[in-house]
Ligand binder design. Structure first.
Ligand code: SF4
Length: 286
């Protein structure tokens, strides 16, 4: 007779489950039960395309910052720095429809072209370009050591998998970096982003046998590109570890309370989710 497998040991939690939990724990519940959210919600096509364009720009910011002053193919020198930067941005925009084929397959072609043109117009403005800080440490690290894109890690010990946007390996450090296209905080890094970096840090530590001290968040949106360094603190690790445990329980069948700031108005699970507050959640102020 085959030994009975403990279902809990077979569940692999994704780092994205942890970030979903922070938005609303029930998102984890419904997704674990096979309900899918549309990749691009109706009426949000424009912002979804902008998100993709910004994300890809984030992967190429080191080139925009000044790494690529020459054509990669022909070696023809650009006449001005601004032209070189614009060429990098246009190449990024051109690449998107091939890299994000799956995400963009339902998007209307005319809308896509419109958003691309508006995007180029905004991003190539002197105002946006002037926000780029050429002395930024992350850009310097990427120029010196390059980075691995979407490096996937799996920890059997944690029962967790994750694919970090950028992984930089120096002689002394392994550094995670995530790209965020939402609002940038006035100072530092949002709590959920610190938790996400801590989760990647734990995966890196298991894979590389090192201790991760810091990570970076690239906040890139239509107004600015801001790079923030974040020291990975014990409280961030503790939060990531605690949420990992909660997510395991939810995937095991526990139906959670809704999140304190759950975005129910724009949630595709609204029809199947009782969003009224329970007496218990009211008592505990959730
Ligand atoms: S409807 Fe609200 S409570 Fe339910 S899963 Fe969506 S965000 Fe969470």
């Amino acid at each position: 007779m085959q030994p009975k497998q403990d279902y809990k040991s077979t569940i692999k939690i994704k780092v994205s489950d942890l970030t979903h939990y922070m938005i609303c724990p029930r998102l984890v519940y419904f997704r674990a039960r096979g309900y899918e959210q549309p990749r691009i919600a109706e009426g949000r096509e424009r912002s979804a395309i902008e998100h993709i364009l910004l994300k890809e720009l984030g992967f190429n910011l080191h080139k925009v910052y000044g790494g690529d002053r020459y054509d990669e193919g022909g070696g023809e020198e650009k006449t001005t720095e601004e032209e070189a930067v614009k060429q990098v941005i246009e190449d990024v925009v051109d690449s998107v429809e091939w890299i994000y084929k799956d995400e963009l397959k339902t998007v209307d072609k005319d809308l896509f072209e419109d958003v691309k043109n508006d995007f180029l117009h905004s991003i190539e403005s002197p105002g946006w370009l002037s926000k780029l800080k050429t002395e930024d440490e992350l850009a310097e690290l990427e120029r010196s050591y390059s980075y691995e894109r979407e490096h996937t890690m799996l920890s059997e010990k944690l029962g967790m998998v994750g694919s970090v946007d950028k992984l930089i390996k120096t002689e002394a450090e392994v550094i995670p970096c995530v790209i965020k296209t939402g609002r940038c905080p006035e100072y530092g890094v949002w709590r959920s982003d610190r938790m996400q970096l801590a989760a990647y840090a734990m995966l890196i530590e298991d894979e590389f046998g090192t201790t991760v001290q810091r990570g970076f968040v690239e906040y890139i949106n239509m107004r600015t590109a801001d790079i923030r360094e974040s020291h990975i603190k014990k409280r961030d690790r503790a939060l990531a570890f605690q949420i990992l445990k909660y997510v395991k329980k939810i995937k095991g069948g526990v139906y959670p309370e809704k999140g304190a700031n759950a975005p129910c108005d724009s949630c595709s699970f609204i029809e199947m989710c009782d969003t009224r507050k329970t007496l218990l959640s009211k008592l505990f102020g959730k």
